[in-house]
Design a protein around this ligand. Structure first.
Ligand code: ZN
Length: 419
């Protein structure tokens, strides 16, 4: 099947300049040519007129939890059904690839990859790893301790080098493409204040080494400078949240070239904030207590944003979509407006395109999608293409309204066409 998208202005996922009057050739699921000039429409099975709008790579979200809801009484089968509905909606937002930051997504991924249901490509982490009394500790985590690799709800506990290594290997057994750990305190759990350092450096190094033995890397939930510095020293490659950075930490991130995923949990996102502390799988006696951790982190957001921009840190786009906040709508469009405000339009768009391409390289032979490039729009990319009404390179607010997402193709198949 040979398709043509004609007459678009093209952003390739890397360069700020947009190429005008481009035509894109798609053969089956890959982009096989991009050219300007004359052509005969007869040589294509299908021709779409891009009407001089903007073609960009399929967008990515590097931090979601698609396989787990935080809803009272939810069971794995409920999570799976809700996750599949939300996955389909992500395509409406132009999100064609996600990295799951901890939840059981093997069935969802398979059903999407086989074309049974619509949804994005998934880089799964499977269960996140937490120490006892860490950010992933809950009653259900203790219950599942002895049956870790059959745990259906998204998290496992491990303490000490041997358990940590085993937990990493189990996730690869289950189909993880990278490993997610909880490396510091949080705002959504009660037993671990945000300042806590989680996993000793020795444990964390065992985790990153074991992941490297499987050709992959580790992403870590953390907030504070002390957590970030320990994680980077131990070999973690993707820092999740990281809203509390000082000058020394920013320099360390720049010098080591690790990724930072500053998911917007606060700025313009008071809805999220209001829901913190209401997670349902916490021990019931702690459920009602409010945590001060979030307020402490919140105070550092502006400084962190300045440091990210000052040191030009490599950022990813992540929404931390958890299927709990005000229903089941993906929040990508809201978060693009946050990224514009914090990092500017071009850098915000780069976070959701070319920078994600860079992190797929860290999965080497564990990459579940090795046939084409993701996050780039060039010859040899997967045919994951979004066409927008307006130029998001100049104004990322274009992606802040799903009405502007005129056309979405994933794997050569059209999922939305309002052109
Ligand atoms: Zn998360």
């Amino acid at each position: 099947m040979k398709k043509l998208i004609k007459n678009v202005n093209l952003f390739d996922g890397k360069n700020e300049s947009v190429s005008e009057h481009q035509n894109i050739v798609i053969t089956d699921h890959l982009v096989t040519d991009i050219f300007t000039g004359d052509f005969s429409e007869e040589s294509f099975d299908e021709v779409t007129d891009g009407k001089n709008q903007y073609a960009i790579p399929g967008l990515t979200d590097a931090h979601v939890h698609l396989g787990k809801t935080h809803i009272d009484g939810a069971t794995p089968s409920y999570d799976a059904i809700v996750g599949s509905v939300v996955a389909g909606k992500l395509l409406e937002h132009g999100i064609t690839t996600v990295r799951d930051a901890g939840s059981v997504t093997d069935g969802l991924k398979r059903a999407i990859d086989e074309g049974v249901i619509p949804g994005p490509r998934i880089y799964p982490s499977m269960n996140y790893l937490s120490q006892t009394c860490g950010h992933g500790d809950s009653e259900s985590a203790h219950y599942n301790r002895d049956i870790q690799y059959r745990n259906p709800r998204g998290g496992v506990l491990c303490d000490g080098v041997a358990e940590c290594r085993r937990a990493v290997r189990e996730q690869f057994f289950l189909g993880a493409s990278q490993i997610k750990i909880m490396a510091g305190g949080g705002m959504s759990s009660e037993c671990d204040p945000v300042e806590t350092l989680q996993f000793s450096e020795e444990e964390m190094r065992a985790i990153t080494e074991t992941a490297a033995d499987y050709g992959s890397y580790v992403m870590a939930h953390l907030y504070t400078p002390a957590c970030i510095q320990r994680a980077v020293r131990a070999g973690v490659k993707s820092l999740e949240h990281g809203h509390w950075i000082d000058e020394e930490t920013a320099k360390l991130i720049r010098d080591t070239g690790v990724f930072l995923n500053p998911c917007p949990q606060f700025t313009l996102e008071e809805i999220r904030w209001n829901h913190m502390g209401e997670f349902s799988d916490q021990p019931s006696q702690r459920k009602k207590k409010k945590k001060p951790g979030g307020e402490k982190v919140k105070e550092h957001i502006d400084e962190t944003t300045d440091l990210i921009n000052k040191y030009d840190l490599k950022i990813l786009f992540g929404t931390d979509l958890m299927i709990m906040y005000n229903g089941y709508e993906p929040r990508a469009s809201l978060d693009f407006t946050v990224y514009k405000k914090r990092f500017g339009s071009f850098r915000g768009l780069l976070a959701a395109t070319g920078n994600f391409n860079d992190i797929t390289k860290l999965t080497t032979y564990q990459n579940p999608y090795p046939d084409g490039e993701i996050g780039l729009l060039k010859k040899g990319s997967y045919a994951d293409i979004v066409i927008t009404n307006g130029n998001p390179v100049k104004d990322l607010d274009v992606l802040g309204d799903t009405e502007n997402i005129l056309f979405v193709m994933k794997d050569g198949k059209v999922y939305k066409n309002k052109l």
